[in-house]
Design a protein around this ligand. Sequence first.
Ligand code: SF4
Length: 213
Amino acid sequence: MAEERRWLMEQRAIRCVENLKKHRFDAHFMLDCQSVREEVKGLLEPVKSAGFGGSDTVRSMGLHTLAREMGKEVFDHSVPDLTFEETLAMRKAQQSCDLFFTSANALSETGEIVNVDGIGNRTNAMSFGPDRVVVVAGYNKIAPDLEGALRRIREVAGPMRAKSLGMETPCAVTGVCSDCNSSMRICNITTILHRKPMLTNITVFVVGEELGY
Ligand code: SF4
């Protein structure tokens, strides 16, 4: 059963990658996180700075640490004990870093990348600013189509992310999105990358593992 499920998910991931490529994204299916780390090392090599949007996937793969170990200037607003002003400066610096890392809240099998954001540093940086953007997403993020991707965010990614961040939102209590008006709402902005943005190179690694929310 587990083997068949894995096979099914991989087939979906491969279809997703094919359609992302048709949409001019530099998309790749990767068997595991270690393979992604090897690719990321190569991408980090020539750059001076790396920015990180809030992402459980990217953090769990240790890409922040890898960038620091390689001597890169790292813009990460999640470092403990930063003041508000310091986190703000980090978020702003992410907009013009050389290489920006993020995950996706959902990918569609039809080749779109969908994200929601509360502040906008992540959704802004992934469409314009950094020279290159790297999106890493486990195959659990894939929905059949754009409508399914938006639904996945409402039903799965939003509530789980709000809960993980300790947000006082209705979904973090009930697990159900109520399209809330909370000041802590994490879904203020929705971006859909239908095709590669004209001036931003986007590499997408779809990983054959469950990662993030
Ligand atoms: S809109 Fe509000 S309730 Fe819905 S997922 Fe976002 S934060 Fe949660």
